[in-house]
Design a protein around this ligand. Structure first.
Ligand code: NAP
Length: 265
């Protein structure tokens, strides 16, 4: 017997940044599968068009819009386009992001500035441009990282950008609560995407041991659920949640464990 599709986001308009790859691409598919109209944003328009066609071919609705989250004008145009085409803006998924590796002593300020622009100012631009169009029931989903909650060696700069995003999410959640808008932070751990290849690097040092990762589809399901139901903090795996809880409870022991596992040359 064929299953009835779960159209819990039917006709909700969702803007997804970083929809040309990895978690954003999977999240766009997951939202479309639940009936949302998905506005696909990233700089790489060609890939967005391919995804738009794929979603349309499977009976969904999507629109590809080239946008650079760092550029406020480009983000204003993106949100304006979503509202002009579909008459509403219900969900914003701030997913676009870039990695940065290297020991703190060696990080280049210009690399950190760039990654901060994409990972923090980008979501800020999108939030500020989307909020005037959002009403009660609006959902903002910020894709953070489990290492934005407890920084680890060799990616301290990246962790700092996600930590700053968490702070923004916490303040915003309270500020918009009386408008009926929710703000969710999603904390993925290692996820199998092109993220590492797309990351900025200081030197050629390897990060060392990494936990086994999850598929972008698994993270996308969490993002789609947050777009439906809101919620505050969303982890993808129990082990991520336990790592964060353990690190809060026993920070010194966590430092020692990280030294053993990750900080060696
Ligand atoms: N993969 C992991 O292990 C992992 C773990 C935790 C959290 N995360 C977070 O998950 C999010 C998605 O990462 P991913 O793993 O899917 O990486 P990815 O495959 O490299 O995708 C990154 C996306 O961000 C877009 N992007 C980058 N700079 C942009 C800009 N200035 N304006 C608009 N879009 C931009 C890219 O598209 P264009 O280049 O076409 O613009 C691409 O679509 C990021 O925020 C990342 O920090 C990833």
């Amino acid at each position: 017997m064929e299953q009835t599709p779960d159209l819990t986001l039917k006709n909700k308009v969702a803007v997804v940044t970083g929809a040309s790859s990895g978690i954003g691409e999977a999240a766009a598919r997951a939202l479309a599968a639940r009936g949302a109209v998905v506005v696909l944003a990233a700089r790489g328009e060609e890939k967005l068009r391919v995804l738009q066609e794929e979603i349309s071919a499977s009976g969904g609705r999507a629109l590809a819009v080239g946008a650079d989250v760092v550029d406020r004008g480009s983000v204003e145009a993106l949100m304006g386009r979503a509202v002009a085409e579909f008459g509403a803006l219900d969900v914003l998924v701030n997913n676009a992001g870039v990695g940065l590796s290297g020991r703190v002593a060696e990080l280049r300020a210009e690399d950190l500035r760039h990654v901060m622009e994409v990972n923090l100012i980008g979501p800020l631009n999108c939030i500020q441009a989307a909020l005037p169009h959002m009403g009660p029931g609006g959902r903002i989903v910020n894709v953070s990282s489990v290492i934005g909650l407890r920084a680890i060696p060799k990616v301290g700069g990246y962790c700092a950008t996600k930590s700053a995003l968490n702070a923004l999410s916490d303040a915003l959640r309270v500020e918009v609560a009386n408008r009926g808008i929710t703000v969710t932070s999603v904390y993925p751990g290692t996820t199998h995407t092109a993220f590492r290849e797309n990351s900025r690097r200081t030197g050629s040092e390897r990060r060392g041991w990494r936990p086994p990762g999850v598929t972008p589809d698994r993270v996308a399901e969490k993002v789609a659920r947050a777009a439906e139901k809101g919620g505050r903090d969303v982890y993808v795996r129990l082990s991520d949640r336990l790592f964060v809880a353990g690190a809060k409870l026993l920070p010194g022991l966590t430092d020692r464990a990280l030294r053993l596992v990750l900080a060696r040359k």
